[in-house]
Design a protein around this ligand. Structure first.
Ligand code: SME
Length: 167
């Protein structure tokens, strides 16, 4: 496993992702532990892309009421965040319910957005699948409006496909 992260100094987002993705592959290569890998991916994304908040919400079975599933906060980097999110709630719960990536240019305009931090202005959420069901979502928040686009969707999509290999 690679233990140092080479951070591209490029101001071009595309180039920064291109430098990062093979390093993420090396970071998780041969390591089957899901939490260890998600932790390092969150840290590497934060370090190299300078995201305001980046982390995972994992689909888990809730004890009360028994059988109902919820998203539960997983490995992340950034300010403390809400712990549990119900299906269909907020951007994360909507991505889970609709099984698709959601880009939000202005969180104040997303009905039901869950504001963990008032500094968060825009957001992208991508699902990862196991057996055709959403197993977790990656949530990335920015303190700037309209900070995410199809380049983030493309490269973070690669990250999700990488994650699916060890889920
Ligand atoms: N804003 C998210 C909740 C998670 S925090 O931003 C870290 C949402 O609406 O789902």
């Amino acid at each position: 496993m690679a233990e140092t992260l080479i951070i591209s100094q490029s101001t071009n987002k595309d180039e920064r992702y291109q430098s990062l993705i093979p390093q993420l592959e090396a970071l998780v290569s041969g390591e089957p532990d899901v939490i260890a890998n998600l932790s390092n991916i969150a840290a590497a994304l934060r370090q190299s892309m300078n995201f305001f908040w980046v982390g995972f919400y994992i689909v888990k079975n809730n004890a009360m009421p028994a059988g109902r599933q919820e998203l539960v906060l997983g490995p992340f980097q950034g300010p403390i965040a809400c712990t549990r999110i119900a299906l269909g709630k907020g951007v994360c719960g909507t991505s889970w319910k609709e099984k698709k990536t959601i880009l939000v240019a202005n969180v104040d305009e997303f009905p039901g957005h869950i504001a963990c931090s008032s500094d968060s202005k825009s957001e992208i959420v991508l699902p990862a699948f196991k057996n055709n069901e959403v197993a977790l979502v990656l949530d990335v928040d920015s303190d700037k409006l309209s900070d995410f686009d199809n380049i983030d969707e493309l490269y973070l999509g690669h990250v999700m496909r990488m994650i699916e290999k060890f889920l």
